[in-house]
Design a protein around this ligand. Sequence first.
Ligand SMILES: C[S@@+](CC[C@H](N)C(=O)[O-])C[C@H]1O[C@@H](n2cnc3c(N)ncnc32)[C@H](O)[C@@H]1O
Length: 190
Amino acid sequence: MVACEFSGIVREAFKAKGHDAWSCDLLPTEILGQHIQGDVLNILNDGWDLMIAHPPCTYLAVSGLHWNTRVPGRPQKTEEALLFVKKLMDAPINRIAVENPVSCISTRIRKPDQIIQPWFFGEDASKKTCLWLQNLPSLKDTNRLYEKTRRGNQTPSGQNKLGPALDRWKERSRTYLGIANAMADQWGGD
Ligand SMILES: C[S@@+](CC[C@H](N)C(=O)[O-])C[C@H]1O[C@@H](n2cnc3c(N)ncnc32)[C@H](O)[C@@H]1O
């Protein structure tokens, strides 16, 4: 089960390998397929053998935490977001991967087991991504691109190229295909 996935990208990577893969999100799925639209917390006990979760990072990412001292009510949102992550990590599922950018999960819950980049998996993009793993091996690089200071998704100053737009978060949050394929190949089993 791919929790908090509207794109269907990881779900379809597992499906292509023959797995009975489902995604779950409050939003509808972008690719028609096995999708449960609703709160993932309601289906954690449904007998899944593997969960890959992409919880929202808005109130967790280190890059945005400085707002917590300026915006009233924001620290509470961070606490709620941490509680959501904790519930996912504590789900009664044997194999669990939780994915997030560099975030306060590391200081408040535990350090990540692995930090990956899309360019370890053939994608010309930079996005430091942490993985918290339970009963799963670290992902092995599948196609590590050469080191360079700027990737295809970055401006010369290293920022993400996508400008402000209403659905910018969506564009930025879709899982990279190279990473999805590595997850399906290496965590899907036979
Ligand atoms: C950072 S995005 C992850 C997107 C994902 N990487 C993808 O490719 O679709 C986080 C997602 O979590 C979803 N979400 C938030 N709370 C949820 C909940 N309680 N149950 C299911 N999905 C939830 C949001 O709707 C959002 O689409």
